[in-house]
Design a binder for this molecule. Structure first.
Ligand code: NAD
Length: 268
């Protein structure tokens, strides 16, 4: 069996009941971590992830919380501590899209996306940072006092017409991540971003559910395949481990080359 690089550690994964969050929760568990699987609506899916984690040999609980609500977030951290006693890893994964042409975009849809994708990361990271500072380094467990992983997107750098609320939220995540990384590094807290390209999950179903849509999508991906939640899960587990102990304040893209301006591949 592979060495479990996150043995005796525990993690909170927001939106851990679906897609990338599920892939991350399972990969952290494979690496030895106990996991709080956060969900907002789908208890059944969260319970399925919990059972899968238990079958891997780690512990898990499902906790309901809307990451954009301060009280929910504080309650989620309390439940995690009650179950596992400490926290080593936060994965800010929860996110959604509410797409519209810019001129048709409602204030409600703008606010919803910013409050879940960006403010949610603020609320969860603040609770995690307070806890990591209070705990300090747990000798023999990890070289860092804590690790925060911010799920961003290739759209933290690629503009996206028709999705300006989403692109603005992810651009915001980029400088949020870098700024708290700068502030928290002296306390030995690492903060990193992950920038997925197109990963096959419910969020972008219309981009891969028909052969025509998938073919069009693949023109944007030099590596010529759609990503899977496990691609991101294994990256997150590595970034949370001491193998990545010198990495903080940067986004690692896992995108099959989507950020390589594929339109220029044939001389532009
Ligand atoms: P998904 O729809 O499968 O998962 C999103 C998760 O976020 C769900 O579990 C959902 O319940 C949760 N969520 C939404 N609002 C919430 C709230 N208020 N409180 C708590 N949880 C909430 O989609 P996904 O593709 O797995 O997306 C996960 C993350 O990855 C998102 O931040 C998304 O922006 C990012 N991302 C996805 C892709 C992709 O191609 N799939 C690419 C780049 C970035």
């Amino acid at each position: 069996m592979e060495i479990q690089k996150l043995k005796a550690q525990s993690a909170i994964v927001t939106g851990g009941d679906s897609g990338i969050g599920k892939g991350v929760a399972l990969a952290l568990a494979e690496a030895g971590a106990n996991v709080t699987v956060n969900y907002n609506h789908n208890l059944q899916h969260a319970n399925e992830v919990v059972e899968e984690i238990k079958s891997i040999g780690s512990k898990a609980i499902a906790v309901k919380a809307d990451v954009s609500k301060e009280h929910d977030v504080q309650n989620m951290f309390a439940q995690h501590l009650n179950a596992f006693g400490s926290l080593d890893i936060l994965v800010n994964n929860a996110g959604l899209q509410k797409d519209a042409k810019f001129v048709d975009m409602s204030l409600e849809d703008w606010n919803t996306v910013i409050s879940i994708n960006l403010t949610g990361q603020f609320l969860c990271s603040r609770e995690a940072a307070k806890l990591f500072i209070q705990q300090g380094i747990r000798e023999g467990i990890s070289k860092a006092a804590g690790k925060i992983i911010c799920m961003s997107s290739v759209h933290e750098v690629i503009p996206w017409a028709g999705h300006v609320n989403y692109a603005a939220s992810k651009g915001g995540v980029n400088l949020f991540m870098k700024s708290i990384a700068q502030e928290l590094a002296p306390q030995k807290i690492r903060v990193v971003g992950i920038g997925p390209g197109a990963i096959q999950t419910p969020i972008n179903k219309e981009a891969w559910e028909t052969p025509e849509a998938l073919e069009k999508l693949l023109t944007l991906i030099p590596y010529n395949r759609i990503g899977q939640p496990d691609d991101i899960g294994r990256l997150a587990a590595w970034l949370a481990s001491d193998d990545a102990d010198y990495i903080t304040g940067t986004t690692v893209f896992s995108d099959g080359g989507m950020t390589l301006y594929p339109g220029f591949a044939d001389n532009g």
